[in-house]
Design a protein around this ligand. Structure first.
Ligand SMILES: Nc1ncnc2c1ncn2[C@@H]1O[C@H](COP(=O)(O)OP(=O)(O)OP(=O)(O)O)[C@@H](O)[C@H]1O
Ligand SMILES: [Mg+2]
Length: 257
């Protein structure tokens, strides 16, 4: 079997006196689509933010694509990663956030070309061609010259997805990308992710409250509570026949069953 593309080994994470992860281990295989569901405050966003190197860890190891994320080998010993190593590792990951985080003073196209030009050194022409193709992919080819404030929430979020993809990440992290949207805009955003999952081979790790979407798109669903995976499995098992009481209670509250 091939090596997992993401692996957490005995990871610890604390904020002050509060322990978020204590001896947390978790794997994602290449091209696997994994959804994380679970109550507020259980550590779902923290998990993605650690992968994105926006948060450090207090113990354990994380491997991404066969390399240690937070450590590097130095004379046959693991030492804390340098900034250069973190930059290199970060390029494998793209993240879309709940709140769009677009640059309001830049056009849609510029929002997408900025990082590939600055970080990856793409020429303006190459970056713009790629941005145009990505805008086509998310159904916004006609909005390239618009500014974020002139877009609907759903359109902003589709730009957010295009911007993450512009860095050609091997892994896409999605943190509740529809929860700030009006209900009628949710599906246009989820459709983009559906198509991506269908047409391209991608590893995706998503945190979502859209249970029907998690059920439809995921290879595996993990129910997360208090920094632990309480239960995981194929969507049919988790949603139709959860074994753990905590999973049942969460799903009942959520789905109103
Ligand atoms: N920067 C921080 N400093 C201190 N505590 C934090 C920080 N970030 C998160 N926390 C705490 O860590 C815990 C886990 O937070 P996290 O955002 O990962 O939860 P979550 O599962 O994503 O919740 P939600 O569903 O509400 O988004 C929470 O108790 C939160 O208050
Ligand atoms: Mg969160």
């Amino acid at each position: 079997m091939s090596q997992p593309i993401i692996e957490f080994k005995n990871v610890q994470k604390r904020f002050g006196d509060t322990t978020i992860f204590d001896d947390f281990s978790f794997k994602v295989e290449e091209n696997e689509i994994v959804s994380i569901i679970g109550p507020s405050g259980s550590g779902k966003s923290t998990l993605l933010r650690i992968l994105m190197t926006l948060e450090g860890i207090d113990g354990g190891y994380i491997n991404v694509a066969g390399e240690s994320l937070w450590h590097m080998l130095w004379n046959d010993r693991y030492v804390p990663a340098s900034n250069k190593h973190l930059h290199k590792m970060r390029e494998q990951l793209g993240m879309v956030f709940q709140h769009f985080n677009l640059f309001p003073h830049m056009t849609v196209k510029r929002n997408i070309t900025e990082a590939p030009m600055r970080v990856k050194g793409l020429s303006r022409q190459d970056a713009e061609e790629s941005a145009e193709a990505l805008l086509e992919l998310v159904g916004l080819a006609d909005k390239a010259e618009s500014y974020p404030n002139d877009l609907s929430g759903g359109q902003k979020q589709r730009v957010g997805i295009a911007r993450a993809l512009a860095m050609r990440p091997a892994i896409l992290l999605l943190d509740e990308i529809t929860s700030a949207l009006d209900p009628e805009l949710v599906d246009e955003v989820l459709d983009v992710i559906r198509n991506l999952a269908k047409e391209q081979s991608f590893t995706m790790l998503l945190v979502t409250h859209e249970m029907y979407f998690a059920r439809e798109i995921s290879d595996r669903v993990c129910f997360f509570d208090k920094g632990k995976i309480v239960e995981e499995g194929v969507p049919e098992d988790i949603f139709s026949a959860p074994r753990e009481e905590r999973t049942q209670a969460f799903l009942n509250a959520y789905l109103g069953q």
